[in-house]
Write a new protein. Structure first.
Ligand SMILES: Nc1ncnc2c1ncn2[C@@H]1O[C@H](COP(=O)(O)OP(=O)(O)OP(=O)(O)O)[C@@H](O)[C@H]1O
Ligand SMILES: [Mg+2]
Length: 361
């Protein structure tokens, strides 16, 4: 594995505040990695230590195996798109985007071609002569993006580069950016607190919580196998339930949640000898039927308490007879499945694979 960026036990303190706490991270060459986490968890601080605008309190930053912890930003082949654009106000769009290439003395025809391609990618054709003050926030963000990409650094750090764009443009740019990253082979370290963006764009996602990497993996691992309650709740929705372990036999274990409901789970994910566990169940994994189905290992009854229309899906609040509240999501108007409404009684079915054992965090 070619490691492009490596963080070794990196810690950053601001006074007594611990912003980044002992982070170990290896980013492969050509990888698209996303740092995902709530506001204030240390994402920007991590990026700034990779680019050199911030120095770790302890630990080391390596680029292609070389320790650059004390090297200034301009000595690193890393470009950063800042959360706050940082465009040159006196320069036009064209001049802003071509700035890095002019510094590198790239020949004029090549420069014009690369700038033209970058302008087209961010859909700013016709605005080349404007100054940043004559642009909207989303347009400025796109100039910042084009300016960084045009230089084709080995590593590009992107701090919420799409946050100011409307949903439609944002989706278009997600596709374009991902395609460009693959084509140019640039290593992307991308910051967002939009979970859907992280899931669709990334080769791997590092979920950050309070300055630590809580879990790292591909989108499917992070979504389907969250390790902690924090990851389960931060990426998508989750029903978190406390359960008592009743018995184990082979690869299955029988557990009991509130109200005496018994479920079958995968025993291998339970700690040996544990008598209790936390379960995470995604709302769309609860199979709701009007009749009891034998194909599922676990089944219990509930009624629909509330129905929320979400467009492609319906979100339902379920209440078991024992009073336990659960959230379920069903596809809207899916064929073969009767529509469910408030007041309806339903059978809730689960497979062991759809129940994930998580740790408290
Ligand atoms: N220069 C600084 N001095 C003191 N505290 C700082 C400094 N920079 C960041 N912090 C604190 O460190 C923590 C992490 O900040 P950081 O900017 O990395 O968060 P973030 O994950 O990027 O958040 P957001 O999603 O809101 O951009 C925050 O609590 C912030 O207040
Ligand atoms: Mg930030």
């Amino acid at each position: 594995m070619d490691v492009m960026v490596e963080l070794r036990a990196v810690t950053k303190r601001f006074g007594s505040f611990l912003a980044v706490n002992e982070v170990d991270l290896q980013i492969k060459a050509g990888e698209f990695i996303t740092l995902l986490g709530p506001s204030g968890c240390g994402k920007t601080t991590l990026l700034r230590m990779i680019s050199g605008f911030e120095t770790p309190t302890t630990g080391a930053v390596l680029l292609e195996g070389k320790d650059v912890t004390r090297e200034p930003p301009y000595r690193r082949d890393v470009n950063q798109v800042f959360q706050s654009y940082a465009l040159f106000p006196h320069m036009t769009v064209q001049e802003n985007i071509s700035f890095g290439l002019r510094m590198k003395k790239v020949p004029r025809p090549e420069m014009e071609e690369r700038v033209g391609a970058a302008v087209a990618m961010v859909s700013l054709g016709g605005m080349e002569r404007r100054k940043p003050a004559q642009l909207s926030g989303g347009q400025r963000q796109r100039v910042a993006l084009a300016r960084a990409i045009v230089c084709r650094p080995k590593v590009l750090l992107l701090d919420e580069p799409l946050s100011a764009l409307d949903a439609k443009l944002r989706h278009a740019m997600q596709v374009e950016l991902k395609a460009l990253q693959k084509k140019l082979g640039i290593t992307f370290v991308f910051v967002t607190h939009d979970q859907e963006e992280a899931l669709t764009m990334s080769d791997r996602i590092a979920v950050i919580n309070k300055g630590r990497v809580e879990q790292i993996g591909d989108a499917s691992q992070i979504y389907h196998r969250p390790k902690t309650t924090f990851v389960a709740n931060f990426i998508g929705q989750a029903n978190i339930l406390r359960a008592a372990v009743l018995s184990r036999s082979g690869e299955r274990a029988r557990v009991q949640i509130e109200g005496g409901i018994e479920l079958l789970v995968n025993a291998e994910h339970l700690a040996p000898g544990a008598d209790s566990a936390l379960l995470s169940i995604r709302p769309e994994k609860i199979a709701l039927r009007k009749e009891r189905q034998a194909a599922f290992e676990s089944c219990f009854e509930a009624h629909v308490e509330e129905e929320l229309f979400k467009g492609a899906t319906d979100q339902l609040r379920l209440r078991t007879d024992s009073g336990l509240a659960l959230t379920a999501v069903v596809a809207n108007e899916s064929s073969g499945q009767a529509a469910l409404h408030a007041g309806d009684r339903v059978f809730c079915h689960l497979h062991p694979d759809d129940i994930v054992i998580v740790h408290e965090a």
